[in-house]
Design a protein around this ligand. Structure first.
Ligand SMILES: C[S@@+](CC[C@H](N)C(=O)[O-])C[C@H]1O[C@@H](n2cnc3c(N)ncnc32)[C@H](O)[C@@H]1O
Length: 369
């Protein structure tokens, strides 16, 4: 098995052992059902969650600091940025790479324990660090459970004076706890007007837009039914009928086969029956221009992740919750959530957004419960 070695790498057993010891010592975070925001260092909070939530979380969206070697500040005028002197520090992002890898791996091991058998992880990371983290995730989840490296276009083109290509994207590593069992709702994007005009150039007498496709597809069938002539029309060489020719009789009776003047039949496909575009692995979701918190992520992107990889009865975890954007989106989509962040400023923003809709807990207050 391929492994990434770095100083300070603990064994999985040691990490889980320490987490279980912490959980035994400090007790439950909160026994209540429902939405929870935990103000805490997340290794501590994740350890405490193991007791009640192992195998119960269907979706984790994790957006850790990207190891940018910067501090992030917050100001009241919503120009939340990397640094201004008149603002308050939201969080620091300054760890040497090896320390960062040890930090993220410990948390990913606990996240893997918390995920349900149908669960998924979306880890948001940048391109400088992401390739190392991919190897760690392959170790923890198994390379067979890697599903996508989504390229997220995060900004407009930049004009830095670096002797290198502009960096416009970061990455989202998508893993299943068990590939093939992961919740997948087959969300598609509806076609827009210009796509409909391009893909369905013809219009029926009743105004419905459509296109036509051949009855046959590449690949020969020697003996099967899809290789036999239909109404004395032979299958072209090297091709086979798309379906049992009896189906063509049914389509023809419904007026769904268009015959050319030379007697060439083609199947009619209607725009209003199109199931939408399958979503690909390059996403353009730029972050808010006036974020409530530095590095707040695009809400439409978060809603897409939640809609695709969770169900109405799912519990969603964001261990680096920041502004609570993912939690707000989970709430809007009727999902339950647990959010964790250690920053006072993050929790202040989350209170503004989510007060009254969830419980706020600080496990340090609960020690000994
Ligand atoms: C990139 S931001 C998350 C932004 C968030 N996705 C949003 O849309 O608002 C990372 C967050 O992780 C938090 N964080 C970093 N290390 C942490 C730790 N060890 N425990 C808990 N929170 C941590 C920081 O305070 C920061 O709010």
């Amino acid at each position: 098995m391929l492994r990434l070695n770095f100083d300070g790498k603990l064994s999985r057993w040691d990490i889980l052992q320490r987490a279980h010891t912490l959980a035994l010592k400090h007790g439950r975070i909160i026994p209540a059902e429902g939405n929870i925001i935990i103000q805490s260092e997340n290794l501590f909070a994740l350890s405490l969650l193991l007791r009640d939530y192992s195998g119960k979380i269907d979706l984790v969206y994790a957006d850790p600091p990207f190891n940018t070697m910067q501090d992030f500040y917050i100001s009241d005028n919503r120009a939340n940025s990397v640094s201004t002197t008149k603002s308050r520090k939201a969080y620091a992002d300054k760890m040497p790479l090896e320390k960062f890898l040890a930090f993220i791996r410990e948390r990913l091991i606990l996240i893997h324990e918390l995920l349900s058998e149908r669960g998924s992880l979306y880890l948001h990371i940048d391109c400088k660090t992401g390739h190392y983290v991919k190897i760690l995730l392959d170790e923890i989840f198994g390379a067979e459970n890697f599903l996508n490296d989504i390229a997220r276009i995060k900004s407009n083109p930049k004009n830095f004076h670096r002797r290198a290509w502009g960096n416009q994207r970061d990455m989202i590593l998508f893993y299943a706890k068990n590939s093939g069992l992961n919740i997948w709702n087959d969300i598609t994007f509806p076609l827009n007007d210009s796509e409909i005009s391009r893909l369905f150039p013809k219009t029926d007498a009743d105004g419905r837009r459509y296109t036509t496709i051949p009855l046959h597809a590449p690949g020969e069938t020697r003996n099967g039914i899809t290789g036999k002539a239909w109404r004395n029309i032979p299958v072209p060489e090297g091709r086979h009928w798309r379906t049992d020719p009896a189906e063509f009789d049914r389509l023809d009776a419904q007026g769904r086969i268009e015959w050319s003047s030379s007697g060439n039949p083609r199947i009619k496909k209607y725009a209003d029956e199109h199931e939408g575009m399958k979503i690909q692995d390059v996403w353009t979701y730029k972050d808010p221009q006036s974020p409530a918190y530095p590095t707040e992520k695009n809400h439409d992107m978060l809603k897409l992740i939640i809609a695709q990889s969770s169900l109405p009865d799912s519990l969603i975890l964001d261990p680096f919750a920041g502004s609570g954007a993912s939690l707000l989106c989970a709430l809007e989509l009727g999902r339950k959530f647990i959010g964790i962040d250690q920053s006072e400023e993050a929790v202040r923003v989350m209170r503004e957004r989510l007060e009254g809709k969830c419980s706020f807990v600080n496990p340090v207050d609960k020690i000994g419960v």
